[in-house]
Design a protein around this ligand. Structure first.
Ligand SMILES: C[S@@+](CC[C@H](N)C(=O)[O-])C[C@H]1O[C@@H](n2cnc3c(N)ncnc32)[C@H](O)[C@@H]1O
Length: 494
């Protein structure tokens, strides 16, 4: 699957320096929540899935619109009924499950259905034969990005997701010494759930897999059960097409199994388990933070959503660089800051934005301050930021990814309505040509989208000279610190 991973040009001359034009006939996307079910075909003019997945009801072409009836390979009759079954196995309504990873998401109908439970899903799939699937998901206003379980770790920290899901996602879980399931184990928080549907669950007969090989589901299920038990997971239940396992709250019992030669080894204790930027996956169990008692939760207990958005994330207690006081001050600062965002606030209130990108998300304060609006935020933490805060962001019940802004983001053109760049240019000014960053921002932004740049006044002046070159409409304004504050806001409407 290396061929489906991110690939960036190595040489300067190979980088495209042009603005990606919108397709002919592009129209403003439907606003949320209508966009969940409908999109303009002219905005994402790709027909393959409307034909190849017609029976499975992923997406239909009706006149000039793409219609998403909520079907999928494992839920042809609709994802709502599928989630009803799942609800009987895991506590979807309790607030205990907030962050979900859907591997092999199709058009993200599973993630869409979970929104009704206040659950936010990072839906990922590669750019493969399922033409434009992730682009459809984003056009619907659903959180999604390109991603594949192939060679590298996924770009998220350890212990991030409360639940991971795969419905016939074609990932060979038991191959390569269980490498891919061990990556899911790294990403699940203690006590997190793994949901699998499709073969080999509840699959009676032998069948032919997409690679043409014949599979024996009974044998495959036995291998899977064995692998899950070696990861110290507990099978909770299998009901209809769905089976669910749960990761332990800590590794006290699992460490005792260590002497059993058949158990996979633990990864090196002092490795950086949160590193998810071009790090090869390893077939080992990511050790959980140590605890004293068998009933303790490694890394600390999280409150249920929505309380966990504002509680001090337990990871802060484990880091030396950020103190609880810093977290509380940051939250206060964001309340003041967002109130200075003028016309952006008006658009937020009137439903003008849905998909929002925070290019340097820090502790997730910007996203947290937007929680009352019907938007979702991709919280990006640059892999080279001074503090790698993505784990804290996930503990707050928000989602995001690592990134290097000298490279393109794993997304399609025109996928975000609003891009927020706080201290991004001071971080990258001397790392790569900032014009390339602007070109990438333009690619990601939807037509008529907005960019907010916040930086030291010297940087804002430099940035403005570039944006003037791009012939963008800009307006400089004060932050919460007023006219004498050292930092300025630059609003760009494209
Ligand atoms: C048959 S479709 C199922 C889609 C969706 N889960 C559903 O039930 O409708 C298989 C999905 O798995 C994705 N996929 C295949 N191999 C993958 C891999 N190694 N990592 C992540 N996704 C993968 C495909 O791109 C596609 O989205």
């Amino acid at each position: 699957m290396l061929h489906r991973e991110r690939h960036c040009p190595d040489k300067e001359g190979e980088i495209l320096r042009c603005l990606v034009p919108k397709p002919v006939g592009y129209k403003k996307p439907f606003s949320w929540p209508r966009s969940r079910g409908e999109a303009w075909f002219s905005n994402v003019p790709f027909k393959t899935l409307t034909e190849s997945k017609k029976q499975q009801n992923w997406v239909r072409l009706v006149g000039d619109r793409l219609v998403f009836p909520g079907g999928g390979t494992s839920f042809q009759k609709g994802v709502k009924g599928y989630v009803e079954i799942l609800k009987k196995i895991v506590p979807l309504q309790s607030g205990a499950i907030r962050t979900v990873l859907d591997t092999g998401c199709g058009v993200a109908s599973f993630g869409d259905a979970l929104i009704d439970y206040n659950i936010i899903t990072m839906s990922i799939a590669p750019r493969d034969i399922h033409e434009a699937q992730v682009q459809f998901a984003l056009e619907r206003g659903l959180p999604a990005m390109l991603g594949v379980l192939g060679t590298y770790r996924l770009p998220y920290p350890s212990r991030s997701f409360d639940m991971a899901h795969c419905s016939r996602c074609l990932i060979p879980w038991t191959e390569y010494d269980g490498l891919y399931l061990m990556e899911i184990d790294r990403l699940l928080r203690p006590g997190g759930y793994w949901v699998l549907s499709g073969p080999p669950i509840n699959w009676k007969a032998k069948f032919t897999a997409p690679d043409g090989t014949t599979k024996d589901p009974k044998k495959e299920l036995t291998r899977l059960e064995y692998l899950a038990s070696r990861l110290c997971w507990r099978k909770i239940k299998a009901k209809g097409p769905i089976a669910v396992w749960q990761k332990p709250n800590n590794h006290i019992d699992c460490i005792q199994k260590k002497n059993d030669l058949k158990s996979p080894k633990f990864c090196v204790e002092n490795d950086d388990h949160d590193d998810g930027w071009y790090r090869n996956m390893e077939a080992c169990i990511t050790p959980l933070p140590q605890v004293e008692h068998a009933e303790d939760v490694s890394g600390g207990v999280l409150e249920n959503w929505p309380k966990r958005l504002s509680m001090i994330p337990p990871r802060i207690m484990l880091t030396h660089d950020i103190k609880p006081k810093d977290f509380l001050e940051d939250a206060l600062m964001w309340k003041k800051r967002t109130s200075t965002y003028g016309h952006v606030l008006k658009s937020l209130s009137s439903g003008g934005y849905r998909n929002i990108m925070d290019m340097n998300a820090g502790l997730g304060g910007f996203a947290a301050s937007l929680s009352k609006y019907p938007v979702w935020v991709m919280n990006v933490v640059p892999h080279d930021a001074t503090n790698r805060t993505l784990g804290i962001i996930y503990e707050r019940g928000l989602i995001g990814t690592y990134m290097n802004w000298c490279e393109p983001f794993s997304t399609y053109p025109r996928s975000y309505d609003l891009i927020h760049a706080d201290n991004v240019f001071s971080l990258y000014m001397n790392k790569c040509d900032v014009i390339n960053i602007f070109i990438e921002m333009y690619r990601i932004l939807r037509p008529k989208g907005t960019i907010i740049i916040v930086d030291h006044v010297d940087i804002v002046v430099k940035v403005k000279s570039h944006t003037d070159q791009m012939r963008w409409h800009t307006k400089v304004s004060d932050t919460e610190d007023g006219p004498f504050g050292p930092r300025k806001l630059l609003f760009i409407d494209i």
